[in-house]
Design a protein around this ligand. Sequence first.
Ligand code: TYM
Length: 331
Amino acid sequence: MRILSGIQASGSLHLGNYLGALKKFADMQSLEAERFYMIADLHAITVWQDPGKLLSQTREIAACYLAAGVDPDKSAIFPQSAVPAHTEMAWLFNCVARLGWLDRMTQFKDKAGKDKERASIGLYTYPVLQAADILIYKATHVPVGEDQRQHLELTRDVAKKFNHDYGTDFFPLPETLYQGPGARIMSLRDGLAKMSKSDPSDNSRINLTDDADTIASKVKKAKSDADVLPEAEDGLAERPEAKNLVGIYAALAGISAQDVLNEFGGKGFGAFKPALADVVVGKMAPISETLRRLLNDTGEIDRVLKLGAERAREVSAPVVEETKRIVGLWG
Ligand code: TYM
């Protein structure tokens, strides 16, 4: 089993990133596996990044991995740009992926907006680089949030087409792990919008850097509704805010949404929100404290990144070499 995942180096992380990704990385450490967790700085620059901030954003994501409990002795944590195989393989895969596949990518449509003529070419071929990220390690498992599903399907398509075109079974088809109540955390202000770094309202999300008081106050202000919580999960179907808050409780407490309703069914948000605030503060405040401490220790972060990059280069370089040989390039 070989696990790979990544987080973009573009601004600070929130509860959605924690539950969709970081928490899974920490939980999966008990499995017998090799682990690669990158900071996707090359993905970040597909939209403008201030060069004066990119490096500190990269270190901040590294600190988030560590604060969330990812152990650098068990996992390689590294900046994508420190491993040349990512960009080298991305070119080879640009010649495998089809234009029609990229035209269907909803994330490009969302991010490019109406003025797609002005979007960078990198933003368009972004999913091809992501396929390279995964396949240069021959990763078998990729833990991500639900929003990455389409990109992971494209990765499998690239692997399948490469194997088919070159008559080989060189690339394994990676399995996407996005199950569980944390896979899609919604905004605290709107149960129909994803919790996101780019939401202008800071109250829409819990940042990994928020302290205990801020977290508690955001939970208490979270949008809810006037009904009591239902006894069974299907009673949440038409109540996006209630569904999201129950999901957050379940994901953080490591129980199912039904378990939460067994305890809180029939009770209103006046009773549920303080209990939820306790759970969120209990799990997130220690992470935020560790994070703030680590952010002051760039020496330690750089040491982890250097070690991680060495390991990542060691594993990925021979995969690119072998791919070039299969393609028939002089090497
Ligand atoms: P990024 O940086 O947008 O998000 C990092 C991880 O957080 C998850 N996530 C969420 N999960 C649940 N609820 C939410 N509201 C939420 N918001 C974000 C994302 O699903 C992701 O797992 N393209 C990727 C980075 C990447 C990558 C890779 C991932 C580059 N190469 C290779 C896996 C494998 C991205 O932009 O994630």
